[in-house]
Design a protein around this ligand. Sequence first.
Ligand code: SF4
Ligand code: SF4
Length: 365
Amino acid sequence: MADTRAFLERGNLQSLIDTIRDAGYRCVGPQSRDGAIVFDTLTHVDQLPRGVTADQGPGSYRLGHGGGQRFFAWANGPQALKPLTFRPRETLWRVLRDRDDRLHFEAADAPVTKTAVIGARACDLAALYIQDKHFLQGECADPSYRAARQELFIVAVHCTHAAATCFCASTGDGPRAAYGFDIALTELNDGFVVEVLSSRGRDLAAGLETAPATPVQLEAAAAAVAAAAEAQSRALPAGNLRNLLFARLEHPRWEQVAERCLACGNCTSVCPTCFCSAEHEVPSLDGSHSERTRSWDSCFNESHGRIHGLNVRAATSQRYRQWLTHKLAGWHDQYGRSGCVGCGRCISWCPVGIDITEEAAAICA
Ligand code: SF4
Ligand code: SF4
């Protein structure tokens, strides 16, 4: 494929999966599972959620079947790319004790599989950019994240169906993916406009049976993405959220939202940018070795604020304030941008329907 804007017939989508797998990647793509769209190993186009839609609202996520022949007529599911690079649970290192009671330390070095993901959204790529800043920059780059990240090939799909919870247009992160992908697709009724961004994307796309995209197809693709932006009704408040939030640390709304918040941590689990983790010592029963594991944690967990026998965030209001002010204010100082990419997952998957845009608006008003 010579053109960076080509057209792939719907019936030829299997060739993308086959080409990815022939190149040695484990192909991962969206599938309908247990009432949600999740990413899992993909070998055939029939596994994709053909015709599936996803209605989302505060505390609500329901799959429907009004998407016709389309594979990507939904905005997002509970996962983003986060589990592919920052594993929910992993062993970091282990220590072995020999017969003379000497300790030997070794890195865990979990095997990394070359992975290609189909269906990453603009918000997912913006979140990946933030996670790269957290895990890869500076002197303490995370070896596990770096190994998985280097082997990740990304086929993005520009959003043409925003959910009611989406507000990526207001954060400037979507619905069109602008960076961070190898190949991007825009789904139309009869197929996909294909864009190539990287050299490895170009190499892989050369194996696809495409035709040059026509002006009509390019126009339809641009219009569909623009319509997804216009359909979004939520937004974060305008203005300097960092300064507004830091000036309102004693606002009564923190206590009010804490009356509803269950401190369950669902919002942080589904958030594609959250990166809190906890380490645990896991000794073997015979005392011969011990493993140091890392698993996702949440600033909503009671244990996360425990320091030297004290809890610096004992109240739910303090934990909610920590989450929101870190995400929307403190990240500007740490990573040069907000920690929210407008995916809306924390709104849909909050069991009591707490809406970050509503809370931010009430506090900043
Ligand atoms: S805070 Fe909520 S809307 Fe923002 S990136 Fe995280 S899950 Fe998405
Ligand atoms: S805001 Fe919602 S999802 Fe987050 S901890 Fe509170 S109840 Fe759970």
